[in-house]
Design a binder for this molecule. Structure first.
Ligand SMILES: Cc1cc2nc3c(=O)[nH]c(=O)nc-3n(C[C@H](O)[C@H](O)[C@H](O)COP(=O)(O)OP(=O)(O)OC[C@H]3O[C@@H](n4cnc5c(N)ncnc54)[C@H](O)[C@@H]3O)c2cc1C
Length: 394
């Protein structure tokens, strides 16, 4: 059996790993010219953590884990306004949570498929036609025929556009823009220490945290009624965040001026169905939950695993895809609802909500707060993966 996978990100690489192990011939195409380092930090837990464990990736991922001691809110003069010890959050997940740069997670997956799967970098899918088999024309001019075509090409998926129609039909804009970049600055590093420092005013929030290779990563989220991405993201960030105090101004001065700045809308993808015949979408391409839900990478890995597991039953590609959708959909819908609710608290646009958030963080330091946190976070601990013994990697 042959699978063509478009997108060598979290979902695509995870699926490629499992399918190759199950004896599939895998063709993996990736638009970028090579892996991208850095990006932004993700919390990796639940389904993603379970899948990584079954793939034997935890030793590598533990090495890449960034130990952040505290999430600290500070004012424009860097005076503390409250926060929470990250160990408290980790204990809610019984320690089964990792803080990773997205690039480090992708690199661990790349190392796992190395020598087993050839990735066609700098290549995308230009045309798709389906019948008994799926035929695609690639941007390098070649034509591939497969038993399965998987769109694992992220929130702005090309496969989705080619097969299911325009992005506008499926993208739910959550009213925010997000940006991030990685920098190296010893003085800033000393000021930040081992904290995730956040500075905010209603509708705008900047954050700075250490990466585990001695650098820093900066993140920015702001409310914007206009979903369009600015022509010059660097200039827009300087204009929007330049008045958030010395720490943020200094950070902005270190912003790379080339393409190393991530900037995108904060959005979810909602579709009534994720497949047509032997063509199926996985990960953000069909169910982006957004950074507000903080679980997109975990769900991307979880969905890839579930699809591979259903394909392994031998019931046929069509039935496997239907079973994958049935298993994933309730889970994803729940996380999308959570993400939409969280947005209002993640980057509040009202003063009262910012005050309420500060009070909540102060309360989180009190004895007994762990029980409250555990209750609040417990749905996030659920996993789409049942970790059956036969699915464990040898
Ligand atoms: C700021 C921020 C913070 C986040 N925080 C978290 C978090 O804490 N926890 C968490 O779990 N998730 C988090 N996420 C979400 C997470 O990064 C995504 O949900 C996850 O990366 C989705 O994986 P994916 O494989 O579906 O897509 P991606 O990781 O986006 O991979 C898609 C791949 O497809 C490639 N591609 C795109 N178009 C094409 C094309 N036309 N042809 C070929 N290849 C193509 C891309 O180059 C990429 O390699 C965050 C996201 C952001 C933006």
């Amino acid at each position: 059996m042959k699978a063509i996978i478009c997108g060598a990100g979290i979902a695509g690489l995870t699926l490629a790993w499992w399918l190759e192990r199950d004896g599939w011939d895998v063709v993996l195409v990736e638009r970028e010219d090579g892996p991208r380092a850095g990006g932004y930090m993700i919390d990796f837990f639940g389904s993603g953590y379970d899948v990584a464990e079954m793939m034997g990736l935890l030793p590598e991922l533990n090495k890449a884990h960034t130990r952040v001691a505290e999430l600290s809110y500070v004012d424009h003069n860097e005076h503390g306004e409250g926060g929470i010890a990250c160990s408290r959050v980790a204990s809610v997940f019984d320690g089964r949570i990792l803080s990773l740069m997205r690039g480090a997670l992708e690199q661990a997956l790349l190392d796992a498929v190395k020598g087993r799967i050839h990735i066609r970098y700098g290549t995308t899918i230009e045309q798709v036609s389906d019948g008994d088999a799926v035929t695609v024309r690639l941007s390098d001019g070649s034509v591939q025929r497969g038993d399965l075509l998987v769109g694992a090409d992220g929130v702005h998926s090309r496969v989705r556009e080619l097969v299911f129609g325009s992005q506008e039909r499926y993208l739910r804009y959550l009213g925010y823009h997000a940006a991030s970049f990685v920098l190296r600055d010893d003085e800033l590093g000393r000021r930040v220490g081992d904290r995730f420092v956040m500075v905010g005013v209603p509708g705008r929030q900047a954050g700075l945290y250490p990466t585990n290779d001695g650098r820093l990563a900066a993140s920015f989220i702001h409310a914007s009624p206009d979903r369009a991405i600015p022509q010059d993201p660097q200039q827009a960030l300087c204009k929007l965040y330049g008045n958030l105090g010395g720490l943020v101004r200094w950070t902005l001065r270190q912003m790379p001026q080339d393409g190393e700045v991530f900037y995108d809308q904060v959005a979810q993808i909602e579709m009534d169905y994720w497949s047509r015949g032997s063509i199926v979408l996985i990960g953000d391409a069909c169910h982006a939950v957004s950074l507000m839900a903080g679980q997109g990478a975990s769900l991307a890995a979880g969905g890839a695993f579930v699809l591979a597991e259903e394909l392994r039953t031998g019931a046929g590609v069509g039935r496997a895809i239907a079973a994958y959708e049935r298993r994933m959909r309730p889970f994803v819908q729940d996380r999308q609802r959570t993400g939409r609710k969280t947005a209002r608290w993640f980057v509040p646009t009202e003063h009262w909500r910012m005050t309420a958030r500060r009070i909540a963080f102060a309360a989180a330091r009190l004895p007994g707060a762990t029980a409250v946190l555990r209750a609040a976070f417990s749905p996030l601990r659920d996993s789409v993966v049942e970790r059956p013994v036969e699915a464990r990697a040898a």
